[in-house]
Design a protein around this ligand. Structure first.
Ligand SMILES: [Zn+2]
Length: 447
């Protein structure tokens, strides 16, 4: 019997060297990694023309919206954006309407995604009202919990160290990570109050409120909880040198922590924020040149575990609110993150192996996404083809995302994902989505 598909004549990393080889795929799994001469016969064969064959990338920080926020994004547009951008698995955040925060709301969200996703989706949950419910949420398939420290989302009182400690203990029992948005609510709110009283309504005021020590304070508070509970904790979008140094100190003392940075915090500064205006507003906000240098330095030393997009689509009008304090933070990133990183690889700042480590291997390991993140026999056939020579201009008006704006609009980049295979099926071919919604599957937590 021939296998479903053979892709051949690509560059594959085997034992730390890229060699000309390919993959045989059958029933959604990789069945062989080999040179063409050693491949089984196949129903379909695709010549990859010496481009790179990489494991499908995993974005651990996406807000796919849908449900009552379908006007911002839905599972089909969000996952189309992912496929176009070379992402084969999105981890979806829980700050939805309704909030994903217990077994029932998680099931409801999975139902909304089923049959509509083009790439695979896994789900975060916020903490449920009762800590005892945590194990039920995990049994239902949540791969991690998300803790927002800036405002109350989910059931555990975020200002109570005791309540958080109890929740962290429960999560540790279930062996799933807690991902933390680390900005301290009390400091943030008191700074904001003062600024609002003096009628400040400008980007500098926003930066002042979301200052680096607000990030540092939250990181240090959580590190104390990790010390007590030994619960694996993942710090989302670390953005400042102060916050980063606190995370690195925690790592040095052997705590079970990991961290991510976003492409926008690596490539844009507060100067860009002022140039682009509120469409580039994010939480945490874009930082100084020194902060960016610190992130790159940590990246080059291997101290950053993951690069994630924090894809956070909003209506364009929501980005243009009269008051800076009402502007919705975040912007769409699923279609820009990989090309932006590939451009950095072409400039020699990162390597292809770094990209695979930061966006496939480490995400799979840290979030227990079994049989994903590598090109190996028996693994799910989530695969992308990357053309490192292709030059193009980012055009936000052509995004699959409903949010058709970006601080990167008009940037010239070199390097592009040109094919995306999900579960062995070709979903994106040369920027076109060619698969049916439902090609993506729901990925649950695997024991
Ligand atoms: Zn986010």
């Amino acid at each position: 019997m021939p296998v479903d598909l053979v892709i051949y004549n690509g560059k594959i990393n085997i034992n730390d060297a890229f060699i000309t080889a390919g993959l045989a795929i059958d029933e959604g799994r990789i069945v062989k990694v080999a040179k063409k001469t050693n491949m089984p016969s196949a129903s379909e064969e695709i010549d990859i023309n010496e481009h790179f064959i990489l494991p499908g990338l995993i974005d651990v920080h996406t807000h796919l919206r849908d449900q009552k926020q379908s006007y911002k994004e839905d599972f089909s547009t969000g996952t189309a954006a992912a496929a176009a951008g070379g992402i084969t698995l999105c981890l979806d955040m829980p700050n939805n309407e309704p909030v994903t925060m217990d077994a029932e709301s998680l099931k409801e969200r999975m139902r909304a995604a089923a049959g509509r996703a083009l790439v695979n989706v896994a789900f975060y949950s916020a903490f449920p009202r009762e800590s005892a419910e945590i194990s039920h949420v995990v049994d239902e398939g949540a791969v991690a919990f998300k803790l927002f420290l800036t405002k109350q989302i989910g059931g555990v009182e975020i200002d109570s160290d005791d309540a958080l400690e109890k929740a962290f203990h429960q999560v540790r029992q279930c062996d799933v990570p807690v991902a933390v948005h680390a900005e301290d609510r009390a400091s943030l709110e008191s700074a904001m109050k003062g600024l609002k009283q003096t009628k400040r309504n400008d980007i500098d005021a926003y930066l002042k409120a979301h200052s680096p020590d607000v990030e540092e304070k939250a990181v240090n508070r959580i590190l104390k909880l990790v010390e007590k509970t030994k619960s694996h904790t993942h710090f989302c979008h670390i953005s400042s040198k102060l916050g980063l140094d606190a995370v690195l100190d925690g790592k040095k003392s052997g705590l079970p922590i990991s961290c991510e940075v976003t492409a926008h915090h690596l490539m844009l500064s507060s100067v860009d924020l002022k140039r682009c205006g509120t469409i580039a507003l994010s939480d945490p906000p874009l930082r100084s040149k020194q902060d960016i240098e610190a992130l790159w330095e940590a990246l080059s030393q291997g101290s950053i575990d993951i690069i994630a997009s924090d894809h956070a689509p909003h209506l364009f009008e929501e980005k243009k609110a009269e008051s800076i304090w009402h502007v919705k933070p975040g912007f769409p990133n699923l279609e820009t993150i990989v090309p932006l990183i590939l451009a950095q690889i072409n400039k020699g700042r990162l390597t292809i192996a770094d990209l695979v480590r930061l966006m496939a291997e480490n995400p799979a390991k840290i979030f227990h996404l079994n049989e994903r993140g590598h090109l190996a026999k028996g693994y799910h056939a989530d695969v992308i083809i990357v053309d490192m020579h292709k030059e193009y201009k980012i055009n936000a008006s052509k995004f699959y995302s409903k949010a058709k704006y970006s601080p990167f609009d008009g940037w010239r980049v070199k390097g592009k994902p040109i094919k995306t295979f999900v579960n062995g099926r070709l979903v994106m071919d040369d920027s076109e989505i060619i698969a049916k919604p439902g090609t993506g599957q729901i990925v649950g937590w695997a024991r």
